[in-house]
Design a protein around this ligand. Structure first.
Ligand SMILES: NC(=O)c1ccc[n+]([C@@H]2O[C@H](COP(=O)([O-])OP(=O)(O)OC[C@H]3O[C@@H](n4cnc5c(N)ncnc54)[C@H](O)[C@@H]3O)[C@@H](O)[C@H]2O)c1
Ligand SMILES: O=C(O)C[C@H](O)C(=O)O
Ligand SMILES: [Mg+2]
Length: 397
């Protein structure tokens, strides 16, 4: 790596800073924002804890928490090396949705310690975005934290990815004239992202899902120590087929990769059903480079910004948290996630939809607002919204 590398230069000193909203010019200002005036505000919150949402930054803050165990597809590179990704996520939260997000990288890989630390730091936050925590530890960490906290705990690599994937699949299916309800879909890489994708494919009505990981097709004939793999063995692959990825893909309508680089070969795609859909979402290097699929696949997407159809959780997490914060949701429900997926898909109009444009651009300003509205409405419908105002809250972000 070169010291003049543009990307490294851009990161000198990090990508974020904290900026006060009020100027302190006089002694009067000082006694209001700080002691003695601030004491009155502290006591107001002490008497009515819910007022923390109106009197502190809690109404607009999200903690982006990682332990550095599954950073992009780079693996267990530790908390310090995870910081640039978490700073990047925090930037996107602010730039795209006005959310004040804090990158927090923890120097422990012990699930009990992570749960206790995040529980203890939650009072100043309106939401917790877990990021790049390896599976299967991530499932337990998320579940336990959501049980302990009354603010949304959302593991982005699971649910953000699944939401955007479902949006992409809805639109890709339209492009090739197929229905989700008739599809045969292969998911490769049953980790954080893969597990949530499999579950959401079920909720979206896909009848045949086949899950593949390093040991090949997950099958009910075997038992697995990994809880995600065991769940898939019991709930997917209804025909009980066995073998590797090539076997799984024979006759399949879609490949969804959230595994690692170079896993998919063009010849496997040639064995798929007519008009194959290939979503190679491993970052930074996908399961297959799109140029290898020219003339073979009907629709191709990756997680990267340098190819068409960027299927990346950045299309979801800013809007879903914007909506959750605006209605003060206590959690993020299945209904809110499906509403977000439909909203992302619907940003691409029938006229615009084509195999190279199935998901909106990250820069499309309609995405966050559409997701926000859909999520707020679903939160009220699912009775997890705690803001008294109805539906169109929080223009005063
Ligand atoms: N595009 C997006 O928005 C997006 C979102 C989340 C994750 N991802 C990417 O998806 C990948 C997985 O992320 P994760 O958070 O689920 O990680 P994870 O570590 O939780 O899971 C990865 C899974 O893939 C499996 N795997 C790895 N190599 C494999 C291979 N050669 N064949 C079959 N299975 C293999 C692993 O055994 C593991 O179960 C990463 O590359 C990540 O960057 C992309
Ligand atoms: O960070 C990204 O670009 C997407 C995703 O969260 C990942 O871990 O790959
Ligand atoms: Mg991630």
């Amino acid at each position: 790596m070169n010291v003049s590398d543009q990307t490294l230069l851009l990161h000198l000193g990090g990508k974020l800073e904290v900026t006060p909203k009020i100027k302190i010019r006089t002694r009067d200002d000082l006694s209001r924002v700080y002691t003695p005036g601030v004491a009155k505000v502290c006591m107001a919150i002490h008497e009515d804890p819910a007022s923390a949402f109106s009197l502190t930054i809690k109404r607009n803050t999200v903690a982006v928490v990682s332990d550095g165990t599954a950073v992009l597809g780079l693996g267990n590179i530790g908390p310090a090396a995870a910081m640039p990704v978490m700073e990047g996520k925090a930037m996107l939260f602010k730039e795209l949705a006005g959310v004040d997000a804090f990158p927090i990288c923890l120097d422990t890989q012990d699930p009990d310690a992570i749960v206790e630390i995040v529980r203890a730091l939650a009072p100043g936050f309106g939401g917790i975005n877990l990021e790049d925590i390896s599976s299967p530890r991530c499932f337990e960490i998320e579940r336990r934290l959501q049980e302990l906290l009354d603010i949304p705990v959302f593991h982005d690599d699971q649910h953000g990815t699944a939401v955007v994937l479902i949006a992409a699949l809805m639109n890709a299916a339209k492009c090739v004239g197929k229905k989700l309800g008739d599809m045969r879909v292969v998911v490769c890489g049953i980790g954080a992202a893969g597990m949530a994708i499999v579950k959401m494919l079920h909720s979206a009505g896909v009848p045949v899902v086949i899950a593949v990981d390093r040991e090949g097709i997950l099958s009910g004939a075997k038992t697995y120590d990994n809880i995600a793999w065991q769940w898939c063995a019991e709930h997917t692959n209804p025909e009980g087929i066995e073998g590797g990825l090539a076997d799984a893909l024979r006759g399949a309508d879609a490949f969804i990769g959230v595994s690692g680089p170079g896993v998919l070969k063009p010849e496997f795609v040639r064995g798929m059903a007519a008009d194959p859909i290939v979503f190679a979402m491993a970052n930074p290097e996908p399961e297959i480079r799109p140029e290898l699929l020219e003339g073979i696949a009907a629709v191709v997407g990756t997680g990267r910004s340098d190819y068409p159809n960027q299927i990346n959780n950045v299309l979801c997490f800013p809007g879903i948290f914007r909506g959750a914060l605006d209605c003060r949701a206590s959690r993020i429900t299945e209904g809110m996630k499906l509403a977000a997926a439909r909203a992302i898909a619907a940003v691409v109009t029938e006229q615009q939809l084509n195999p190279e444009y199935i998901v909106p651009s990250v820069f499309n300003a309609d995405v966050v607002e559409s997701v926000r509205r859909a999520v707020v409405n679903a939160a009220y419908a699912d009775r997890v919204a705690r803001r008294v105002d109805k539906r169109e809250p929080a223009d005063e972000i």
